[in-house]
Design a binder for this molecule. Sequence first.
Ligand SMILES: [Zn+2]
Length: 169
Amino acid sequence: MNRRPPGYLKEPKNIIHDYIERNKKGKALNPYGVEQEDQSLYLAICREFDSFDDFLYEVYNDTGDDRYLPETVRKQQRWSLDKIKEELDRIYKQREIIKYHNKISGYNKKQYKIMRMLIYYFSSIERGLKNFNFIIRANHLERLCPVCKSNVLKYNSRKTICDDCRKSQ
Ligand SMILES: [Zn+2]
């Protein structure tokens, strides 16, 4: 989080702005998550608004985006790393076309959630995928060699590491 200028969080519009920024970065929006990760923002919300729900209705009024309605925000759950790995394995096995961007029509909502979780944990999709030894190539998930993390393993190959790494072992 960048340093905020003094008095910045006394302005409700700045509070709303920073909260929306969290959403863009895939960070938690629920009260507990905000409190854990950005306590000054959380305290500002409590100070400037009657309740967290009142605040959410303000954000909703400003943006017209129903993802900010209290019932939606409270449903937001963070996935465990195991759950993310399980989902990535599934996408790989099923050879799903990668289509996660919510600005394109027909995007895959589940993939969108996975990518948001990767950003949340690893701060970028690429780094998150790499952590699980995956990479996106030609709109598909491919497996990376876990040793060098650069060579791509052939789809469904039974090899667990790439030829280069095997030779040098
Ligand atoms: Zn390798």
